[in-house]
Design a binder for this molecule. Sequence first.
Ligand SMILES: [Zn+2]
Length: 452
Amino acid sequence: MGNGSKTAVGYVRTSGEVNPSHSIDNQIKRINEYCRDKGIILREVLVDEKKTGTKVEGRDAYKKLKNLIDNGLINLLIITFFDRVGREAFELVGILTTLKNKGIEVYSIEENLNISKMSPLQIAIIALQAEHENKNRAKLIHGSRERSKQEGKYTSKPPYGYRKDQNGFLVKEEAEAQVVQKIYSMFLEGKSLKDIYTWLNDNSIPAPDNKKWDVRKVRIRLLTKTYVGRWYASPKKSEKNTYEYRLISDKEHPSIISLETFEKVKEILETNIKKTPRKKHFHFLSKILICPLCGEKMQAKVPPTNAYYCDKKACDYKGIKKEVIEPQVLQLLKEQGEKEEEYYEFEEKRNTQSKDVDRLLKKKNRLEKKFALAEINQEQYETEVNHILTELTYTKEKEQKSMTHEKISYKKYIQPIENNDLEKVKEYMLRDKLTFTLSNNSKVKEVTETNI
Ligand SMILES: [Zn+2]
């Protein structure tokens, strides 16, 4: 250390820690202080936040870190604890060994450890310790929450109508419970959500947040199944537009609404979603349609909004009727999707290549585990791992080449088009950066790099 020309990258992550000194902010602060003290150039601090899994997938900053390492762009990695880098021992051993082999120094501030001065055995021990501590911590957190739930203790904020007693069990908050019952009975009398919140506000009944009632606040009460006397999670809306509930605890608490009443209300609410008409003023080609005269984006913003117009004021293009253009675009997308389904042979070929990568990564993991468990020595490990890495690079390159030939996938458009879910279609089009324009005879065509 002490060499001023060192370029370092810091890496911090958390997985919902209980210890505040392990918070992201604190970790970053420590790394900054350390680099300032030692005169090290800190290139950046990579942050992986609130990812709980033990798997590498999904850790974006970690992937970036791997990239920097693989391309030899750093010569010092600074972390706060060794377990920040990898959770499972074999993963950690693999990473630390790679770093050591590449001549990259790793320094852990809290443990005051420098990996370049450690033997493979010491690395393995550190890794196993880190894994052990991680597992214990996870068990502790998970254990106490689970136990409370099993006992029927309410670990969240109690729903309006209830409060927690000193043991954490739900008891009725009488005045609120009556409001809840009133909401349900008004709804079953056929009153709308608006009728209900207006009545509540007119009678100066404060909403759960002590402000005014609105549609959303009334609907939440009507969808809270915990009122039937058991603790349920918030509902998830299924694809068939039904509300699905998950029971959290078997322990009973005083009910505010009978199960029968609740189910009746739920059924009406579900029927209502299905009847809700599609948004009338949804123009799914706004900003996707390109003016055939000037190349500017088109929008349906001018009333009566039954046509798309060019955004540019000075442009002469008169616009195109929605009923003319929209079905054409949908037709085009659907045709492309159907054509693509015929090409599934190509798709299958791509999948087998991904499986190759999977297989190699698994092989690498097994090898790292063997090394961590001292079933093979470092020499055997290095020989094997280099072999796998070479094969992996080759396979990935091959895959990339075939990927670049691949165009946008249109298959996914078929389903939403058939369901007339234009919002979904638009979401996909924006994600795929699709744009359309019109030819001279008002026929639609996709804008591609070749026909701009
Ligand atoms: Zn124009």
